[in-house]
Design a protein around this ligand. Structure first.
Ligand SMILES: Cc1ncc(COP(=O)(O)O)c(C=O)c1O
Length: 508
């Protein structure tokens, strides 16, 4: 075998092997720029003992010349074909422009799911671009423009030459303004070195998770949750531990359930109030009960996502978790400009916490994105300058959100079978539609779950909504009311008409 392989060092030469040979690449004397291809031809058609779904794909297997020994026997095993049925051509070719590329991905990336909110938003956008009159209620962004004062601050920043790198943590001007806001509005005392500005609150959250969670740690996440929390835990090689909540309990975490799930592995509890996707607001008393449980676990840190803080409807009020006794030391307070200030595209968010943790997050940021956009930081300073809770500009938007919420709450209350917990904040309604599961529509089939219901509503009613399973609750669907009242009214009519067409399946 070895002798007869000598000719293989010439590109393009071929050798027919009968079965049973041991093929040793090291004996072929290939230089590293050569590649060996084994092309297998089968004498007989595939017989009953071997029925590959795609025989063609198995006929050629390439081994790179870095491999030192490939046994023909193992090749046979791969093909699961009896040796006497097989004759083999071995060919050496130059692979200077054919080096096989290793397309495998980091298993951590493979374990992460694509964001369904983004997927459905993209789908709805594509339909709209194709001329389908889709009403888009899937996206988590205000339909308002950024308030003029903020936008002008951004424009002026460019004009005045604030177009260079800023310090990694953000400009001192912005961090000082954030400290002032946190003191005035949240009763939280931080110094600028305890603040890290990032490209959106999403980056702040990811960096916090990566900075403190290690392999095997548990990240405690009440469900329904914002889609990215469990995926961020997975990126840190930590384990998301999902704690379900009940619609009848306004989707609020049951402290007893929390206490029963905590252990030495619990590293991070993520709270989101007001919540995306439910609109629930954690009352101070419940947060105090949670804090009491947290305080018994020295390893446990808390990430309090307060990005919807200003979008809140009286009588609900916002409490920052870090302001509770003993919680400052172990809490990351995350906030941003996207939602309340209608600044999603400016990509500006921030994190506040004990210096040790903030510095660790800053280290990650310094080796990835560096500081947030200099122009957005100037705009952020202007936003914080609008006054308490964003002043009139934000109050006007919140008033509009509240009107829309009231309209939808009233409308859905009139719909048969729909259960809801009236949202106290944010701009989402998370409705239990499971009453309709098991029904079917002519030409569509059975509504099995939240995904098929949203698909049906997109096809039939041309309304884009997000399936609840993306947020960890398959009974529900999420409606974003960051859209004009007239669009919501039209959507409501279309949804009603589509639901009327659903029928219980006729028993066989
Ligand atoms: C609960 C929650 N947290 C954080 C974010 C991230 O916001 P951004 O990165 O735009 O600041 C979002 C955005 O949808 C959100 O809904």
């Amino acid at each position: 075998m070895h002798a007869s392989c000598c000719g293989l060092t010439t590109p393009g030469s071929r050798l027919v092997l009968s079965s049973g040979f041991d093929l040793r690449l090291e004996s072929l004397g290939f230089a590293s720029s050569w590649q060996l291809s084994i092309i297998c031809s089968i004498d007989e058609p595939w017989s009953g003992c071997f029925a590959p779904t795609d025989p063609e794909s198995l006929r050629s297997i390439s081994f790179s010349s870095q491999l030192h020994s490939v046994s023909f026997r193992s090749f046979e095993q791969k093909l699961q074909v009896q040796p006497f049925r097989m004759s083999t051509v071995v060919r050496a070719e130059s692979n200077s422009d054919k080096i096989p590329i290793d397309t495998s991905l980091n298993p951590r990336v493979n374990s992460v799911k694509l964001s369904k909110t983004m997927a459905i938003t993209d789908k709805a956008t594509a339909l709209a671009q194709a001329g389908v009159p889709v009403i888009r209620l899937a996206a988590g962004e205000p339909d308002f423009d950024t308030p003029v004062v903020i936008a002008e601050a951004g424009i002026n920043a460019v004009r005045e030459g604030h177009t260079r790198y800023t310090p990694n943590a953000g400009t001192l001007e912005l961090r000082t303004a954030i400290c002032h806001k946190l003191k005035e509005e949240n009763a939280l005392t931080y110094t600028p070195d305890q603040i890290l500005a990032s490209n959106g609150a999403k980056q702040s959250i990811l960096q916090a998770v990566l900075a403190v969670c290690s392999t095997g740690d548990e990240v405690i996440i009440p469900a329904p949750y914002w889609v990215s929390y469990p995926e961020m835990a997975r990126l840190a090689d930590a384990m998301p531990v999902i704690l379900p909540t009940l619609i009848s309990n306004n989707f609020l975490l049951d402290p007893k359930l929390l206490a029963s799930k905590l252990s030495d592995k619990s590293r991070l509890l993520i709270l989101c109030s007001p919540s995306n996707p439910t609109g629930s607001v954690y009352p101070k008393k419940l947060l105090e009960e949670i804090a009491d449980i947290v305080s018994k676990h020295p390893r446990l840190l808390v990430l309090s996502d307060e990005i919807y803080e200003h979008i809140i409807y009286a009588p609900a009020t916002h409490t920052s978790f870090a302001s509770l006794p003993g919680m400052w030391e172990r809490t990351f307070t995350v906030n941003g400009f996207s939602k309340a200030f209608a600044m999603t595209g400016w990509r500006l968010g921030y994190l506040a916490g004990p210096k040790h943790f903030v510095a660790a997050c800053g280290k990650l940021q310094s080796q990835s994105t560096s500081g947030a956009c200099s122009i957005s930081q100037k705009a952020g300073v202007a936003a914080l300058g609008l006054g308490y809770a964003g002043g009139d500009a934000v109050a006007t938007m919140v008033k509009a959100f509240q009107e829309r919420r009231d309209f939808l709450v009233k409308s859905f209350k009139e719909l048969e079978g729909v259960k809801m917990s009236e949202p106290q904040g944010a701009f989402y309604l998370f409705l239990d539609f499971s009453f309709y599961y098991g029904t079917e529509a002519k030409g569509f089939g059975v509504i099995k779950d939240s995904e098929s219901l949203c698909q049906y509503l997109l096809d039939q009613a041309q309304v884009a909504l997000v399936p609840g399973d993306a947020f960890g609750d398959d009974n529900c669907i999420r409606i974003s009311y960051a859209a004009a009242l007239s669009s919501l009214q039209a959507a409501m009519e279309r949804i009603k008409m589509a639901l009327v067409l659903l029928r219980s399946p006729v028993p066989a």
